[in-house]
Every structure is written in structure tokens, then in C-alpha cells.
Design a protein around this ligand. Structure first.
Ligand code: GRF
Length: 194
């Protein structure tokens, strides 16, 4: 059965695009019901519109609390019958309201080999540290910052002295790893917890 998902993003949306393309190419048995963004001007909005996918944009500071905007998001997700929440460059911590509504149904991608370099600018952190190998992690979301159980990882050799080449390799790997991991997850081919 096709899995109904929502993509949460705050930026460019290249992972959103990779997921939608994988769906159209028959590599991922899913349907994106809605894109949720906290940045109404983000490029991901344009990308979603190009595919004719509904977008829910919100501005966090217009709500009294995280619980308030997360409750509104949940209403939207229910309207679209969303089963899984897929974070792709969503720059906010998920709160208890969403975590309990979608318990063990929220996934994130992070551009490092977690638990190394959680949080913002993971690629910059890794290069600053002088690592020779970095990579990509897909993991379940819990209340922490990039701390949930790991679903998959893949490594990238750093291109010495060339940040943009390293970034390009990481992003290309993200697109591949995210779609293949989601397919395995939805087809129950991944052991969920140890
Ligand atoms: C990706 O590097 C992802 O790992 C991180 O945020 C970035 C989002 O990129 N969480 P994009 O918006 O999908 O292009």
C-alpha cells in the first residue's frame, strides 16, 4: 500500500525534490500529501508548487507556543491522511505535541555520521575538525537534537581543501540514501529498534 507522507523543510528543498522524483520514477512507493514549512519564502515552496503539491506555511512567532503551531500542523497532517513525517532541512526542534501524535513515525536526515557533529552546519563542523571521512545519517526523531535511533548511514571522503566539492558529494549521497532508506522503512525491511 502506498504510504502517505509529509515533507517538512525550511530551505532549498533538494531532498524534497529527490523524494518526489523517486516517487515519480517508481523507486519509492509513497505519496507526498503536503509540504510543511516555517519559511514561507523558502525555495522548497516553489519546488512544491511546480509539482502541484499542497504547501502549509506558518510563521512560528505568530503563535503563542510551539504546542499551538504543532497542533495546527497536526490538523493539516490529518486532513491529508499523513502517516509519516519526513524532515528534510526543517530547522526547528520537534516538540512533544508532534512527537506524541506521530510517535516513531518521524524521520530526519543529517549531513554527518552521527553522533558526530549534530546541530547546525554539520559539514562546516566536520571540516573545521579536520575529518577525512564524513557522511550522511538517516534517523528517527526524538526530543533531542539529531539524537534518535539510526536507520542508515553512508560515508563520504572529504575532498581536501574544497568545501563545495565535499558538499556536493554529501548532498548527492543524501538524495540517494534518503529515498532508499524510506523505501525499506515503508516496506518494513528495516529492523526498527534494537
Ligand atoms: C540537508 O543537508 C539535510 O541533511 C539537512 O538540511 C539540508 C537540507 O537541504 N538536514 P535541502 O533543503 O533538502 O536541499
Amino acid at each position: 500500500m502506498t504510504t502517505k507522507i509529509a515533507i517538512f523543510a525550511s530551505g532549498s528543498g533538494s531532498n524534497f525534490q529527490a523524494i518526489q522524483t523517486a516517487i515519480e520514477n517508481g523507486k519509492l512507493d509513497a505519496e507526498i500529501g503536503v509540504v510543511v514549512t516555517d519559511k514561507p519564502d523558502a525555495y522548497v515552496v516553489k519546488r512544491a508548487e511546480n509539482f502541484g503539491i499542497p504547501v502549509f506555511s506558518f510563521v512560528a512567532k505568530q503563535y503563542e507556543s510551539k504546542a499551538d503551531y504543532e497542533q495546527e500542523i497536526i490538523n493539516i497532517l490529518k486532513e491529508h491522511e499523513v502517516q509519516w513525517v519526513i524532515l528534510a532541512g526543517y530547522m526547528r526542534l520537534i516538540g512533544n505535541t508532534l512527537l506524541s501524535a506521530y510517535s516513531n513515525r518521524i524521520v530526519n536526515i543529517h549531513p554527518s555520521l552521527l553522533p558526530a557533529f549534530p546541530g547546525k552546519d554539520a559539514i562546516g563542523q566536520a571540516l573545521e575538525h579536520g575529518v577525512k571521512v564524513t557522511g550522511v545519517t538517516v534517523h528517527f526523531v526524538d526530543e533531542g537534537l539529531d539524537t534518535g535511533p539510526i536507520l542508515s548511514q553512508a560515508a563520504v571522503d572529504v575532498v581536501e581543501g574544497n568545501r563545495s566539492a565535499t558538499e556536493a558529494k554529501i548532498h548527492a549521497l543524501e538524495h540517494e540514501l534518503y529515498t532508499s532508506t524510506l523505501q525499506k522503512l515503508f516496506k518494513k525491511e528495516i529492523k526498527l529498534f534494537h
